[in-house]
Design a protein around this ligand. Sequence first.
Ligand code: BYC
Length: 329
Amino acid sequence: MYAQMVKSTGKGVKTREEMSEDERAFQDKIDADTKIEPRDWMPEEYRKTLVRQIGQHAHSEIVGQLPEGNWITRAPTLERKMILLAKVQDEAGHGLYLYAAAETLGVSRDEMTEDLLSGKMKYSSIFNYPTLTWADMGAVGWLVDGAAIMNQVPLQRTSYGPYSRAMIRICKEESFHQRQGYDIMMKMAQGSPEQKRMAQDALNRFWYPSLMMFGPSDADSVHSAQSMAWKIKINTNDELRQKFVDQTVPQAEYLGLSIPDPDLKWNAERGHYDFTEPDWQEFFDVIKGNGPCNTERLGDRTRAWEEGRWVREGLMAHANKRAARIAAE
Ligand code: BYC
């Protein structure tokens, strides 16, 4: 089964014979589903891959607050405003759990933030698309959080203990996020013709960017084979994308909206929907920094980092004074 997975996702994974003794013992622990904890020995590449993936995930939660934060002051009712505010606050919390998990691997949150702002680290491609109407809040919750959950539920079983535990907490809140999005879509889809048109337009614009969240096709995924061998990732990008399509199409039908893919159809033989792949050129352009909102998003994060410097410095000065006082007692 494992050998088959690796074959289907690419090469580059060491055979047992090529591994050192430490690496073999480490792989045995992974194969036995024993969680790896911060003080355990781990290959340097395992550590680096985790810092990259967890850090990217943490940045996504924080940058992901921006497109929704854009609508908090314009939510149509007090109730919608409170719900959206709570969701955006949850995302700040998710970012913090994840930064804390990454810090157990010997990298500080400040370093990760500097790497984000310099363009060395990434965040999810999805947050480089604009949120133009209130219906986009529905589409983000339904599709973007829906795709995030599809990816994150298996990550609860990821091999690195602190990451796995952070994902368990995060997944509990994500399902509320998706339901609030679907609830907005229901209201819009059952509303006036103009509201239904807005809901369809939001689906049209967010469908393919949501499919891109799962990463490039397996043939182009650089990290999948090794990440799956180490059980950092549990499924391939294409497996999760297919599951997402299969789950989402009936939800769109229930809303009375159409998925913007004329070639989408049920394939009884495969037991899955056939669908048109996203435009991968667009995906690679967006992750290189050339999406519609990359400059705006990084600009906002840079400004927040700069303007918050005095707060961080003040808090550190206070913490150092307290520590010195306690040490002197
Ligand atoms: N966006 O070898 P691959 C959320 C990069 S948001 C940008 O397949 P991997 C939420 C990839 O980094 C969801 N870049 O990579 C928050 C690599 O480049 P580098 C956040 C992407 O890591 C607020 C290259 O493409 N969730 O929850 O094996 C509101 C080749 O890819 C993307 C996570 O981050 C992308 N979409 O697989 C609402 C989940 N895809 O680094 C919702 C954790 C790929 O070599 N992450 N790249 O320069 C993962 O599961 C994996 O990292 C991915 C990619 C499946 C995303």
